[in-house]
Design a binder for this molecule. Sequence first.
Ligand code: HAM
Length: 425
Amino acid sequence: MKIPPVKGTRDFYPPIMARRNFIVDGWKKASLRNGFEEYDGPIFEYLKMYQIKSGDEIVEQLFNLTDRGDRELAIRPEITPTLARMVNQQVNSLPRPIKWFSVPRLCRAERPQKGRLREFFQWNIDIIGIDDVRADAEVIFTAIDYLRSLGLTSKDIKAKISSRKLLSALLRSIGIDEKDLSAIYVLLDKKAKLSDEAFEEMLTKQVPDKVMQDKIKHFMAVDSVEHVVIENDEVARAVDEVKELFKLLELMGVADFCTFDMHIVRGLAYYTGIVFEIHDVVGELRAVCGGGRFDNLLRDFGGPEIAATGMGMGDCVLEILLEQNGLIANDLPTRSIDYYIICTEDLLMMQAISLTAKIRTAGKCADFSYKSGKVGKLMKTASELKAKNCIILGQEFIDGQELVIKDMQTGQQKQEKNETFITSL
Ligand code: HAM
């Protein structure tokens, strides 16, 4: 019996791997041009790390295990707790701001569905040490910068932006207790996925008072930050911060990609300020990415109080979106051969291998055919492999150590002495 991959995981055969590399290489380039440095951490951590602050949803999706020393561990479902742990360990020696990126392989025991798997890759960018909306703007800009560089436009994707500070100020202004806020965040975050009746029912459970319920529904329906009713100074400050963010995004040339959306609350428990998600405009896919400010996480992990903001973008929804928009090819190169060496006779095989090794030693990519034979047939393999050049060892080599070098793009052919060719490499 052939063994299939485990539910929710993928096998990356070379053509699929080429697509993954296309995505990951783009993430890395976008990170570097926006001034981020790369880091990574272990694939598993202590289970309790995720129980501290990530929230129930992610804890329910953990792949956990007990090691031989009876330690409770979990495979990382996100890298933000690892980031907080790592920064805390060297907090006094790291130059600030800390602008780090990573592309971890993550596992979540979610129900596999379109754009959501049990194992995926996630681009993370985070800025630590800047308690200012300029850092949030930089994170949002970097995410859009990447997506725009692939050819996506503001007609394809939108960054929906809100603020937990604003939401908590509004909720408290109508009399919601501080201790009930996180349960309401979870409910409001789920709103888009629930039917109206289910939402009503759950809201009534959380907030039995009808007047309060109406007030929540009223401010959740606000479609512009300009229309938020300024109930008190706290609301005013949160509104100003959002306005400032939009001014910065305008200045950075990405305002057309951004909209204010009160419904963006985010599922993770640690967010404290600006929150955002990027969605396809049609709205049929889950979020392409999500992030926000998490000013208390490092403190909750035993470190000092340091402001932080960042985002995570998975590869699954992104790949679907690129596919739908014709922005990712199905036949991306899986290798890049400068020279493909073939020989017409078996007795030339040793020279073919020696030449291949010399080209490789000179730093160029070379491969050879394990079979000798007819030039036409072997040349066909060279073109299937998309080799740039094909070198033929045939009668010319037997007669005078001459190589026949064919440029596979132009079809032009030249003859060169073996030694001359090698010294020219
Ligand atoms: P998150 O919203 O849990 O945030 O995930 C961010 C993104 O990761 C999602 O928008 C989606 O693209 C991708 N993603 C999440 N779960 C899956 C899955 N099961 N399969 C495929 N893709 C998935 C976080 O993880 C935060 N730690 C992000 C962050 C970094 N916030 C601040 N810094």
